[in-house]
Design a protein. Structure first.
Length: 282
């Protein structure tokens, strides 16, 4: 993929996050809206996302401090709001259900109903399970959602117009109209984990600062204590004083107070240079 050629190390975490959301997440949207992608393909693309976000590539790998499925989760659920490709794939396929229900007289809908029955086979997903072709996979998303315990049909509500014609509304969007984003968010909230440490994103500061604070809230900064736990460092002691363990919370909060009162380390060492260098590595 083209973005793997980028020097990810030259981009901040905020820049990588924006690329993951806008560029990488839009790859294959045309095929995702017609075919259900195999899980092997989705996992491969997700792996590219993960490596790029942490500053690596397909050839090089960087340490992943937080599980990828937790990063994919919405911001109000402890993640960064990237979203899963599986949810996007199913949501794009789900829009065909909406179109068939609300536009039954369109040319393509007439063809589908002539082949699969008056309702296009939507009421019989198991009957189309083994059928070849893209429409069989579109109908079968109901079975996939059932396996993940995601409600889908319950959000379609039939209403009558003044002229007695029947229309359908979508309960997950305030407008009553189906949107891919609403179904995608609904699926993500169920299949992705909820993690503690909900962080309120501040639009007034750079993205890399938001992500730094988000990682700090989860205790996933490259402090000596964390590096020692992962077997990367042979000691968890502070590099400046070489006496006290350097946990992420001690570093951030004690360093803040020490900088305020003369830029001194806990044990009296000059801390200013170390503080700048440490923040840059985060």
């Amino acid at each position: 993929m083209r973005l793997t050629r980028w020097k990810a190390s030259t981009l901040s975490f905020g820049g990588r996050l924006n690329l993951c959301k806008s560029v990488l997440s839009s790859l294959g949207s045309f095929y995702f809206s017609i075919y259900k992608a195999p899980m092997k393909v989705i996992k491969t693309v997700e792996q590219i996302h993960m490596k790029f976000f942490w500053g690596g590539s397909m050839e090089t790998r960087k340490m992943a401090w937080i599980a990828w499925d937790k990063i994919l989760a919405a911001k109000d659920r402890g993640g960064l709001g990237i979203g899963s490709l599986k949810a996007q794939n199913i949501a794009l396929l789900g829009k065909w259900w909406w179109r068939l229900k609300n536009f039954p007289d369109s040319n393509w809908a007439v063809v589908i109903k002539s082949i699969h029955g008056p309702d296009g086979g939507l009421s019989r997903p198991t009957a189309t399970k083994r059928r070849n072709g893209c429409w069989g996979t579109i109908v079968n998303i109901q079975n996939s959602l059932d396996k993940d315990q995601v409600s889908f049909l319950n959000h379609f509500q039939q209403v009558s117009n003044v002229d007695d014609s029947q229309k359908w509304t979508w309960s997950l969007d305030p407008s009553g109209l189906f949107t891919v984003s609403s179904l995608r968010s609904h699926i993500n909230n169920i299949i992705l984990p909820y993690s503690d440490g909900n962080w309120t994103w501040n639009p007034l500061v750079p993205g890399k600062i938001n992500i730094l604070a988000w990682r700090a809230g989860k205790g996933k900064l490259p402090s000596m204590d964390n590096l020692f736990k992962f077997g990367i460092s042979s000691t968890n002691l502070c590099k400046m004083c070489n006496v006290a363990p350097e946990s992420w919370i001690i570093f951030l909060w004690v360093a803040q107070s020490q900088v305020k009162y003369g830029y001194k380390c806990v044990n009296g060492g000059d801390y200013w240079i170390a503080l700048i260098a440490h923040v840059e590595t985060c």
